[in-house]
Design a protein around this ligand. Sequence first.
Ligand code: DGJ
Length: 463
Amino acid sequence: MAVNSHPLVRVFPGSRCSLLLVMWGLLGCIIMFYFYSTIQHQSKGERQIGLNYLAMTRELEEVEEEYFHFPSPRGKRSPRAFKRRGPRKPPSVIDEFLDESSDLRPFFFPDHKTAIDPRKDDDVNRYLYPGRLWLDTEGNPIQAHGGGILFDERKETFYWYGENKDGPTYHAHSKGAARVDIIGVSCYSSKDLWTWRNEGVVLPGEETNLTHDLHRTNVLERPKVIYNDKTDRYVMWMHIDDVNYTKASVGVAVSDSPTGPFEYLYSKRPHGFESRDMTIFKDNDGKAYLIYSSEDNSELHIGPLTDDYLDLTNEMRRILVGQHREAPALFKYQGTYYMITSGCTGWAPNRALAHAAESIMGPWETMGNPCVGGNKIFRMTTFFSQSTFVVPLPGLPGSFIFMADRWNPSELRDSRYVWLPLRVGGVADEPLEYNFGFPLWSRVSIYWHRKWRLPDGWRNVQT
Ligand code: DGJ
C-alpha cells in the first residue's frame, strides 16, 4: 500500500533511496557535461600538444620482448666462474653473464664494431642501444660509471659525471671485490643527451699522498653534482671508502664551474653512520638531500644538506628499514617523490624496486619491480644492470631516462650503460596506501628497448 498519496510523486517503501540515486545521477551528468565542455573549450593548439604527446610517448612505452639463445655446454670455463658456481650446479643466465669466457658474453657486451658513435651521426640515426659501447665525440668509450647528470640552465647544457674506471681490474686480496684504482671523476657535456664531449677528469685521484681519501688505492664511487643558486657553485658528493669498504663515508668537493676543477673538501660519516651507495637530490625549492645505504646496507638514511650544500644538517630519517637496498636514484613527479633502488649483490645484477613518498623525508612505500618487457630474467636483473640516476625530460611530463650501469666485474673499465625510458602513470603493482579505494601511487615503469631514441620535442617545456 502507498504511504504517500500525492498525485504526482507516489513514494513507495524504499523509493527514497531511488530518488537519491536519481539526484546523484543528475549531479554526475552535470559534472560530466562540465568536464566535456571544458575539454571542448581547450584551444586547438593545446589539443595538438596532447596528441603529439601521446604519439611521442607511445613509442617509449612499447613492450619489447627479448630472447636468449643458449650456447651448447662447453668443457672449458673460466676458473673464476667455476669457483663462483661450484663444480656441479648448472650455470644460470647470471653465471653466464658474469663468466668472461661464456659464449653469451657478446650478447651482454657487444664488441667495438656495434658502438654508438656520434662521429657517424647522420641526424636521423640518434639511437640509444642499451649495453653497447658508447663513444664520445673523440671516438673513445665514455668513462662515467655510477654517474649522474646535471642540467645547467644558464649554459643549456647537460653534464654527465661518473667514475673513470679506465684502469686495470684486479682483486686487492682473495676475498676482495673486483676493483680499479681511483682515477677520478670524469665529466662529459652534451646538448642532446646523445653526443657527449669529454671535459676531462674534473676531480682527479691522488697519486702520492697515501693518507688522502682520493689516494688511488681507495674507493670513489657514485659521484653526483648539483648547482647551488645561492653560492653560485657546483657541489659534488660521492661515496668514499677504503679498499675493504670499511671507511663507509661520503666525500664533498666544490667548483665554480661545471667542468671543474673540483676542490676536494673532506669526508665524513653522515650523521655518524656508515654510508656506502648514495645519491643527492635537489628539490624545486632549492633544498637538497643526501640519501645513503647504512647499517650494513640494511636500510637507507635521508637528510637535508645545509644551505650551501657543503655539509649536512642534523636531521635524519631511516627509510626502507630492513629492505637491504642500494644504488638509490631519486626523482619527483607531480609533487610525489619516487626512488629506484637495487638489491645488494656486489657487481652482480639483481631486481630493481620502485618506491614512493609524499614527503621526501618519508615514510617511503615500496611499489614493486618497475621493469617492463625483455623477459623474466631481464626483469629480475634490471636488464642486467644497476640503477644510478633518473633524468627528467622537460618536454614530456611523466617521462624520464633511467640510467643504469651494466657492470663488467672481470673488466670494470668495459662496464656499459643501460639507459631506458621510465614513465610514471597507471596503477602500481603493490600499492600499499589507498585513498577512497584508489591506490595512492602511480606505477613507475622502465621499458626495455634493444634500440630507442628520444622523441622530438623532449626538450620543450609544455606547461
Ligand atoms: C654495488 C654498488 O652499488 C657499487 O657501487 C659498488 O660499490 C659495488 N657494489 C662493489 O662491489
